[in-house]
Design a protein around this ligand. Structure first.
Ligand SMILES: *Cc1c(COP(=O)(O)O)cnc(C)c1O
Length: 385
């Protein structure tokens, strides 16, 4: 084995395409320059189809969590009632952030590994007799690998409240369909190091006019993450209020080109294929999946082998095959494993991770199952070529 060759299958950070690396190495440019304004406008507008946004996407230097905080501190005032749909660790984080800004947080707790069904949100909203200012949800709950039915949750939100619908799309935007207006999303946030094929450190915020009005009237103390500053700077000077992450934005331009060249619909279809190949392959070698097919995310797959095998698989993949996957979070630590397959990931990569798992599983079961997962995954792939 070439031990300096590592294969990253964590659900963030994810591998970076060579073209994106090269773009990030271009000579630095002054951020108060025509060249930067041109770059910013180019990226902010070319990201619109990926975010299903009608307005240019705002760029902030920060990680994914900074956008969760931005969404909260620009909307939530002390004492406001908000609903947070908690389907895992990232929904929990959204709730904690809202709480930090003084909100009365009504948590709709869903069993981890399940999606929030529209009926559950509907019942929950009916049971509240307060005015809800915002409803927060996670599109892909990275800690479990569940994709929540955001379109339906948006519909329920607007049927029963006049609240803003705010969505964390950090681990799936760039890989899944989304349409802010049609799905009634007012604010959609994401980060760079998941499906968008960039290093960590760039954050994305898409918002509509409803959100702008609420943000403009929000009295909560904030400075760096005040969206009004980013809006003013963008619309008046095609710039950013503070020094932007210039290199990451140059990388983001290349990401837009890669997605446009492949075709947005094809990017979405590729992620569906990766999900199908991986899940069908894992089933073939008796690795239990943690999440049902119809709510499983096309960007991250959770498996639930026997607890005593969790370490064997994770360490075995790393030590014998140079493959890095992730463990469970919070109470799922030591109970599940998570395999990321988003962004710069191809069907060959899925074969790679399945190869490692089935060789380890052959040992564990003391049975020759070589090639079984691969054969199944190839069969799935073959139907798509
Ligand atoms: C990764 C992730 C975050 C946090 O992003 P950081 O870059 O680690 O701050 C938030 N939400 C979801 C759904 C994520 O997957």
């Amino acid at each position: 084995m070439l031990f300096n060759q590592q294969f990253l299958f964590t659900p963030g950070p994810t591998p970076i395409p060579d073209r994106v690396k090269l773009a990030m190495n271009e000579p630095m440019i002054a951020h108060r320059s025509k060249a930067f304004s041109h770059l910013l406008e180019d990226v902010s507008t070319r990201l619109q189809p990926i975010f299903g946004a009608r307005n240019p996407v705002l760029l902030v230097a920060g990680t994914g969590t900074s956008t969760l905080e931005t969404a909260a501190c620009n909307v939530v005032e002390d004492g406001d009632h908000v609903v947070v749909v908690v389907t895992g660790a990232f929904g929990d984080r959204f709730a904690n952030i809202c709480q930090a800004f003084g909100a009365n947080v009504h948590r709709l707790n869903i069993e981890w590994g399940k999606a929030c069904e529209p009926g559950q949100l509907e019942e929950f909203l009916k049971s509240l007799d307060v005015r809800v200012k915002a409803i927060f949800a996670t599109y892909c709950e990275t800690s479990t690998g569940v994709l929540n039915p955001i379109k339906e949750l948006g519909r329920i939100t607007k049927q029963h409240t006049d609240a803003l619908f705010i969505v964390d799309g950090v681990s799936c935007i760039g890989a899944v369909p989304v349409a802010m207006e049609e799905w009634k999303i007012d604010i959609l946030v994401s980060g760079s190091q998941k499906a968008l094929m960039l290093p960590p450190g760039l954050a994305f915020i898409a918002l509509n006019e409803n959100a702008r009005e609420v943000i403009n009237n929000c009295k909560t103390k904030r400075f760096y993450f005040d969206v009004n500053r980013y809006l003013t700077s963008y619309y008046e000077e095609t710039s950013t209020p503070f020094t932007p992450a210039v290199s990451l934005i140059a990388g983001a331009r290349e990401v837009c080109s890669l997605i446009e060249e492949e075709g947005w619909e094809n990017v979405i279809a590729r992620h569906q294929l990766l999900k199908e190949m991986l899940r069908r392959g894992l089933e073939e070698i008796e690795i239990p999946l943690f999440v049902e097919d119809d709510i499983a995310s096309p960007t991250v797959t959770s498996i639930q082998p026997k607890e005593e095998l969790i370490g064997t698989i994770k360490q075995g993949l790393q030590e014998k095959f140079g493959i890095i996957i992730a463990g469970g979070q919070k109470h799922l630590k030591g109970k599940i494993l998570r395999i990321g397959h988003m962004g710069y990931c191809t069907p060959y990569d899925v074969l790679k991770v399945l190869t490692g798992i089935e060789m380890i599983q052959s040992n564990v079961l003391d049975r020759n199952i070589y090639g079984k997962a691969i054969a199944k995954a190839e069969e799935v792939w073959g139907k798509n070529v």
